[in-house]
Design a protein around this ligand. Structure first.
Ligand code: SME
Length: 152
């Protein structure tokens, strides 16, 4: 069941537990956790940098995306990968860069994952609600991105 009962601090601690468990599928467990515990998060994926592209790794959502490889510089994902800055798009219909994956998506956040200052991956979350992502989501997800950097 999907729910929205966790505050960000509790969620951060739960994700720490997942990472500390040293399970072989940490990234999948983390995207699943986001998806099941934050009901605004409709699709959650981790793209990994491979050469000049972003390649989809672990993901959770109702449907698979066709965008399993995105050139750096293209789309919201590619923009975040080229600037290294978190992208919040409150209304995907109003952003020309947006690469559409799901008809239901209304807003998106993309958070780069960096190791030693280099962008190695990113967390991409779609929401079926406009304006779903707040500055709190951004700060929370940036912390998690730092925590995941060692595990990509
Ligand atoms: N919307 C993204 C593409 C990835 S899907 O959201 C899963 C973009 O504009 O880069």
């Amino acid at each position: 069941m999907r729910c929205n009962f966790l505050d960000y601090e509790t969620a951060e601690n739960k994700i720490k537990e997942i990472i500390d468990s040293k399970a072989p599928d940490i990234l999948q467990k983390v995207v699943d956790f986001f998806y099941y515990k934050f009901e605004n998060y409709s699709w959650v994926g981790i793209y990994v940098v491979e050469g000049d592209d972003l390649v989809l790794g672990s993901w959770t959502g109702l449907k698979a995306t066709d965008h399993i490889r995105i050139p750096i510089g293209k789309g919201i994902c590619g923009s975040a990968a080229s600037t290294g800055k978190t992208e919040i798009v409150p209304d995907v219909g109003a952003d020309d860069r947006y690469l559409s994956c799901f008809f239901s998506t209304k807003s998106e956040i993309v958070v780069p994952i960096k190791r030693d200052g280099k962008i190695i991956a990113e967390i991409d979350i779609d929401s079926d609600i406009k304006n779903a992502f707040t500055n709190e989501d951004k700060l929370f997800l940036e912390k998690i991105a730092d925590m995941l950097a060692k595990h990509i």
